[in-house]
Design a protein around this ligand. Sequence first.
Ligand SMILES: *Cc1c(COP(=O)(O)O)cnc(C)c1O
Length: 375
Amino acid sequence: MTRQGTIPFFAPDLFEDDRDVLLDLVRATGTVPGQKFILGERTAAFEDALAETLGAAHVVACSSGTSALTLVLTAMGVGPGDEVIVPAYGCAPLGNTVVEVGATPVFADVDPLTTVVDPACVEAAVTSRTKALMPAHMFSVMADMPAMREIAGRHGLRLVEDSAVAQGGVLDGRPAGTWGEAGVFSFVQVKTFGTAGEGGAVVTDDPELARAVRALRNHGQEGQRFVHQRIGRNSRFDELLAAFQLHRLPGLPGRLERRARIAEHYTERFTPLAEHGITPPPPGRNGRCHYVYSLLADERDALQAHLAAHGVDSHVYYPQPLPHQPAFARFAPEGRTWPHALAASRRQLALPVHPRLTDAEVEHIADTVCAFAAR
Ligand SMILES: *Cc1c(COP(=O)(O)O)cnc(C)c1O
């Protein structure tokens, strides 16, 4: 089958239905008395609304998911001399936020099938310098948070949950973002609760941590302006985006449900392909998340080319494990290897799963993968 145009990986018309609202909000936010464009009452209302949907005590909005990680690590007092155990396979912020606070990232290998950090490898990486664990949910599968809590508890370590890709995911009845002492979300456009710009949030039940993050996001000020209790940074949240996110929040469950249904359909179609070297994520909804739909393919590059030839855009996350990246080479001790992270970086391929896909597009994507397996 040939088709007109390509099915894009991310929806180019993500905010089509909200365009008028966005323009109205620009006017409304721009003309409020007081002219408050950051950290105003809309941000506070957005934080409260998000906390309520999560059943969390505190949500602190900030300028990005990356910044949220840095704020949490700083608030926990992670710094020079400390080690933080992070997945060897994942996005750069897992490593660079640790480096930014002056600590050392220690890379742990991942599970070969789910590609989330392997609890046994985390346990093996604990030393007397370990201060925190920072597991991340991967595409389609949440990290083994019960195991992470158990390991953190037993060794007296702090637990940061990078839930940037997993907003809306639920594991054992508990939402992503609420498993760690602190969790983080990213509102960068393409994430599940993406916005018309940049943003992030810290989620926590710990009032001390919340208070520290709140101060750190605005130059270490607490209460009195221009009085700085500690060295902070600028990681504030935008009032216009807070208003837009408040508007988008009620529609989030519906969009997540659409993503989940598409993912379930893919998994159903792809489960029989295992003997052809294509492995979908495990079936079911517990511990699944649907930022993108990630499968493993022995002939990944050929599958990607086949999809492209049939008008389907796909992405490789990530072409190299973190410790293999030039930026993190100095944190890759001589002789240490991460074989499952390396295998994942050679086999992983992500398919579009965004809620604006039509049923026909979903079917075409599934058919194209199945045709590749059968060829
Ligand atoms: C997107 C992402 C981040 C960073 O979020 P930004 O808002 O882009 O800074 C952190 N961790 C993971 C796992 C992510 O996917």
